[in-house]
Write a protein that binds this ligand. Structure first.
Ligand SMILES: C[S@@+](CC[C@H](N)C(=O)[O-])C[C@H]1O[C@@H](n2cnc3c(N)ncnc32)[C@H](O)[C@@H]1O
Length: 854
């Protein structure tokens, strides 16, 4: 049964935003504007001229799209009612060519078989649904965790049955509970008879206008003292239809069960349905059934569709009275793309390429404690975990580690984490592998290239006896030592770390306590047994540079493909001895350090303290002296750093930033200037001094500067920077200033969500920054950020209404269009070229690179 259509559903909520035809206004807001795609006009009613202009743009856009495709065969053709036609009593200037339906007769069903929610058909269906449509889809609940009650009617936590849910159900039962954010609730019964009669009574029942569907919780045969339990998945889009509270706080596991939590690609992989019959392989590597070349083709065409959104949205956002930029006009010649898309570069290694995997701890469908991948989404009631067998992106060594841990857990005296109750001890295993330098790489046998393995076990120690915990940790270390000793292929166990984390989701904050465990010497190939957490790290190689990687620091999961990615970014960035390169979101310094020999100076910005510490150390290991790493959130320091390095031209910048309406914005475009602390040496000269690291949210930055502390010794094969800075090229605080650099470029590589708006503003409003290379693991956020960077400025900027709640429901592109309107007057960038690098074979993900210039 599909989610029931309701009148308050806007098309953007019910349709896939990737649909190439933007949705029309289907509701009739008072200002006559398209409330689904545009925020309300901040200054009240738009003028007729503005409406005319907007309409003209839409017409142009329509004309362009008609070149691309046969519109009438488009899946969204006439699937929404034309609001102009309705408001103007049956007339629309587009006539028969309008993409929207002129009346109910013309209306077509949407690809998901639903109807425009404002249509009569949809309303009728809603009514039908309310009086008893029983054709609900068979949502699979694979909740393999204990959700049932104790004998006293309380759950294991002592929490009482959910009274709101009890009231809604209106049938006899023993215990009922639903967590906020979940689309299913759980009910247990005194007896099988009670279950049978209650389920019969519940069939066809509604809570609000949402049908209840009762399904068995996945085989509970493994439970001792099984009590009859069923799940009641709500067909509501939002879980609050079944919850007593309207507040549907999200408790979903954003990454659990996925191989990576680094804001990287797989976070979305498992957010689909948890349909039974799916294996871990299907869920984690959904393209594995395709030949690799076909996978690349598949990625190419979906990336092209996403890229076209940049053109469409920038066109839409282009202010009235401002000419469309050349790149938008020319996009017609390249099928609506914003710039040339040069294809997808293949990964040098297609199987076993992941150097980091995060394995969930949970129960399999058969009730066995399992270490592997979750088969779906916790929100939808799926917690079943399957072993990572047959997932071609995972190395044999990583699988072996998961299996050793799984064996250990079978006899552990401590419980596995229960996501439903938020109780338990063992949560997750992260396996990180360090590979040998490239020259030694054997692409046929990727496991043979693994030289170091770091294991991080996530636990929640709260409420557990210290002595028991200590003895379990000893047992764990023994188990890994013994397992590694007998492993084939050889398991070079380097470090074992425990991360203590109490939070609901397994995504731990960067400062979650870490403890290094001593692994008995007998099994260890390298310097294991380190009690000092500073030593718990592994090393990998990119472009012949050696990188130290701490347990929680980001490092691309496919090192060989990352090398291709970074060199592509470097080639496009137009580097030279006169270049100052900003490496924004630099992680362990990979991009800046691999390109350092091609530029005058690198300034890296990164918020994760361990990663910055690694970056600093990596500069030292490789004898690189022209890098400076700043530990701070980019949004807190980007403007200040650009300003600092563009000292000489500051006055000019400030003059430029007096907007037409007389408002003066800071040179960074930020409303408030963020003042950086003076540059500080790391305490005691040590790059590991985490005391020097800004707390999250602090606006100051403390820096670990490799410029000053880089060692002179070069390891074999390491690159000497091409140019060293003249000693007189320094600003007041001793850092080299931009006057020494003719060319200032930025390479940004943000997490999935993209750049913070403050960073975008700073990059855009610093006119000396002429070139920007954007790397992204999420092309959607790249497009959203590029809309803001590439849309021409209005002659007069609009001030946004920060209290407008309508923004919450906007797509990323819609929000970006809106933000573009309030961007301080500044020269926009233009997309020059784009290309993708496949870092994630067998998954739908890719790294995208786009060159922006002005
Ligand atoms: C996709 S990774 C890229 C790291 C690095 N460029 C590389 O390729 O190894 C994104 C990095 O941005 C960092 N990050 C996330 N939000 C940030 C912020 N607001 N400011 C600075 N760094 C941030 C993360 O810690 C992570 O290291």
């Amino acid at each position: 049964m599909a989610a029931s259509p309701t009148n308050d559903h806007s098309p953007t909520q019910t349709l896939n935003p990737s649909d190439p035809i933007p949705q029309p206004p289907t509701t009739a807001p008072t200002d006559g504007h398209d409330s689904t795609s545009e925020p309300p006009h901040p200054n009240g009613q738009p003028s007729d001229a503005a409406q005319g202009e907007k309409r003209k743009r839409e017409e142009e856009e329509q004309a362009e799209q008609s070149q691309d495709q046969d519109r009438s065969s488009h899946p969204l053709w006439k699937t929404s009612l034309c609001s102009f036609f309705r408001r103007q009593s049956g007339s629309c200037s587009h006539g028969a060519s309008c993409r929207y339906a002129h009346g109910e007769d013309e209306l077509r069903p949407r690809p998901d078989n639903s109807w425009d929610p404002t249509s009569e058909r949809a309303k009728k269906l809603t009514k039908l649904f309310e009086v008893g449509d029983k054709c609900a889809p068979n949502d699979d609940v694979m909740m393999t965790e204990d959700v049932v009650t104790d004998e006293d009617g309380e759950d294991g936590d002592g929490a009482v049955s959910d009274p709101g849910l009890s009231k809604c159900l209106g049938v006899p039962f023993k215990f009922a509970k639903k967590k906020k954010g979940m689309t299913v609730g759980f009910v247990s019964f005194e007896s099988a008879d009670q279950l049978k009669s209650s389920v019969e009574e519940l069939e066809g029942k509604y809570i609000g206008n949402k049908g209840i569907k009762a399904v068995d919780v996945i085989p509970r045969s493994f439970e001792k003292n099984t009590k009859p339990t069923m799940a009641v998945p709500s067909n509501a889009e939002k879980a609050d239809k079944l919850a007593i509270s309207g507040d549907a706080a999200d408790v979903s596991e954003s990454s659990n069960g996925t191989p990576d939590v680094d804001g990287n690609e797989e976070n979305s992989t498992l957010n689909g349905s948890g349909s039974s019959g799916k294996s871990a392989r299907d869920v984690v590597t959904p393209l594995a059934h395709m030949a690799y070349n076909d996978q690349l083709e598949h990625k190419k065409s979906s990336l092209m569709q996403i890229l076209k959104r940049l053109t469409r949205n920038a066109r839409k956002a282009c202010p009235n009275g401002v000419s469309l930029p050349e790149w938008i006009l020319k996009s017609r010649e390249i099928g609506g793309l914003p710039c040339n898309f040069e294809g997808v570069l293949a990964s040098p290694l297609v199987n076993g390429y992941r150097n980091k995997c995060e394995f969930s701890v949970g129960y399999s469908l058969q009730g066995k404690i399992t270490v592997g991948f979750m088969l779906g989404n916790f929100r939808e009631g799926v917690t079943a975990v399957e072993e990572p067998v047959d997932c071609p992106n995972v190395s044999t060594i990583a699988c072996k580690c998961a299996s050793i841990f799984q064996e250990f857990l079978q006899d552990s005296g401590l419980p596995v984490w229960n996501r439903f109750k938020n109780t338990g001890f063992w949560r997750q295993l992260t396996v990180r592998e360090g590979r040998r330098p490239e020259k030694a790489v054997d692409s046929e046998n990727s496991d043979a290239n693994i030289a170091e393995v770091l294991l991080m076990v996530q636990v929640s120690t709260t409420g557990f006896d210290d002595a028991l915990v200590t003895s379990e940790f000893e047992g764990l270390a023994q188990a890994f030592a013994a397992g590694a000793a007998t492993s084939s292929p050889f398991l070079p166990l380097t470090a074992l770390v425990v991360q203590d984390h109490q939070g609901i989701s397994n995504v731990a904050p960067a400062d979650a306590p870490l403890r290094s465990l001593t692994v008995p010497k007998v099994t260890c190939s390298t310097d294991s047994g380190a009690d000092n957490i500073a030593e718990a790290s592994i090393h990998d190689y990119i472009s012949n540079l050696k990188f130290r990687i701490s347990p929680t620091a980001f490092f691309q999961v496919n090192s060989l493909a990352a090398e291709k990615l970074y060199s592509l970014a470097g080639d496009w960035a137009g580097l030279g001895p006169d270049t100052l390169l900003f490496d924004v979101c630099c992680g362990t310094g990979t991009i800046g350090l691999t390109l350092a020999h091609r530029v005058g100076m690198v300034v890296g910005i990164e918020m994760n303290a361990s990663a910055v510490s690694d970056a600093q150390r990596n500069a030292e290991i490789n004898g690189i002296k022209n890098c400076r790493f700043v530990c701070a959130k980019a949004e807190d320091v980007m403007g200040s750093l650009l300003k600092e390095y563009m000292n000489g031209s500051q006055k000019q910048d400030e003059d430029r930033n007096i907007t037409e309406n007389g408002d003066k914005v800071s040179s960074t475009g930020e409303e408030k200037e963020i003042v950086m602390d003076n540059v500080q040496e790391p305490e005691g000269g040590s790059s590991h001094s985490v005391e020097n690291v800004a707390e999250p949210g602090e606006s100051s930055s403390h820096e670990l500067e490799s410029v000053k502390t880089g060692s002179n010794s070069l390891e074999d094969g390491k690159q000497e920077p091409e140019s060293q800075l003249e000693s007189n090229c320094t600003s007041e605080n001793g850092n080299p200033s931009a006057q020494c650099f003719k060319n200032v470029v930025a390479i940004v590589d943000p997490p999935r969500g993209g750049l913070h708006p403050t960073v975008i503003k700073a990059l855009r409003t610093h006119s000396h920054l002429r070139r920007l290379v954007y790397i992204s693991c999420n092309p959607e956020s790249l497009v959203a950020n590029a809309i803001e960077l590439c849309t021409p400025s209005a002659e007069k900027i609009e001030k946004g209404n920060k209290n407008n709640r309508g923004w919450r429901n906007m797509s990323a592109a819609g929000l970006a269009r809106h933000r573009a309107k309030s961007m301080p007057v500044s020269e926009s960038f233009r997309p020059v070229k784009s290309m993708a690098v496949d870092l994630f074979p067998h998954t739908v993900h890719c790294e995208m690179v786009m060159l922006l210039e002005r």
